[in-house]
Unconditional design. Structure first.
Length: 276
């Protein structure tokens, strides 16, 4: 059995906890065969004024160097240099050049912002309680997720946590079946992998992303045909559902392009981000 985690954050994002070395040691102790570090790609000050949601650009070299150090200490583990990118749609204000993205072999794409609002940030969740908000938020979230997933020209490999909008336990008044159909079709049209992320077990929704029965890796008795042809990649968190095996996870890592991380040997800065 291969134990694979393809989505983790450490102190390089303000909301992360633990160093890369600590994650690497924990991965070795747990018997993981592959661990992808996917720190949040830098956001502009307009989207992350408190430097809480993403890495700062000056931290990237140190991040890459620490991953290289982890490889040297634990050669039995495949450490993948990755990043999680935020889809900002028409509000994109960064220059996502190939040079900026080149160090990252694995790139997740996530929808955390709805028209500039970080809908899954605990400090900004009050809007969810406004009258009619869940219906409007879920519809707009679905539009943005499908827009991102279906765009084959965007520079990423897999879509993250497909139904993240349920994180705080707020659901729309309408049935979500149609939205799941649209999301699956968008991922298929864009030729994208879709993540199965078990971190939802820790949140108010108390279930993985996407919901059980909506993923080909689900333990549900039957998998809806809409997801059957979409390659998947799983991010399993400690204490949640069983770790993935062979075909799905290896298919995901082997499908990645051969991007070579451009790690440096510079010393780590003294002003590393601390968890909040």
């Amino acid at each position: 059995m291969e134990l694979v985690n393809t989505h983790c954050h450490c102190v390089y994002s303000g909301h992360g906890i633990g160093s890369i070395a600590e994650y690497a040691d924990a991965a070795a102790a747990a018997g993981l065969t592959t661990l992808a570090f996917t720190e949040h790609f830098p956001l502009s000050e307009a989207f992350d004024p408190d430097e809480y949601l993403s890495m700062r650009p000056p931290m990237v070299d140190a991040y890459l160097a620490e991953i290289d150090e982890a490889r040297a200490r634990h050669p039995q583990i495949e450490f993948v240099t990755g990043t999680e990118m935020d889809y900002l749609g028409a509000l994109e204000d960064r220059q996502l050049t190939e040079d900026a993205l080149a160090p990252f072999r694995f790139r997740l794409l996530s929808v955390h912002f709805i028209d500039g609002w970080a809908f899954d940030d605990p400090d900004q969740k009050a809007r969810w309680t406004e009258p009619g908000a869940p219906d409007a938020i879920w519809r707009r979230y679905g539009e943005l997720w499908c827009e991102a997933a279906s765009n084959a020209s965007l520079p990423y490999d897999a879509m993250s946590h497909p139904d993240l909008a349920k994180k705080f336990g707020y659901y729309p008044s309408f049935n979500l079946e149609r939205l799941y159909d649209e999301m699956a079709e968008a991922a298929r049209a864009g030729g994208r992998m879709v993540e199965v992320n078990t971190s939802g077990a820790y949140y108010a929704c108390a279930e993985m992303f996407p919901a059980r029965g909506c993923s080909p890796l689900s333990a549900a008795p039957a998998c809806p045909a809409r997801w059957a042809a979409i390659p998947t990649i799983r991010s399993t968190w400690p204490g949640t559902s069983s770790a993935p095996t062979g075909s799905c996870t290896r298919r995901a890592t082997e499908a990645l392009p051969s991007r070579q991380p451009q790690a440096t040997a510079e010393a780590l800065p003294s002003n590393r981000v601390r968890p909040r």
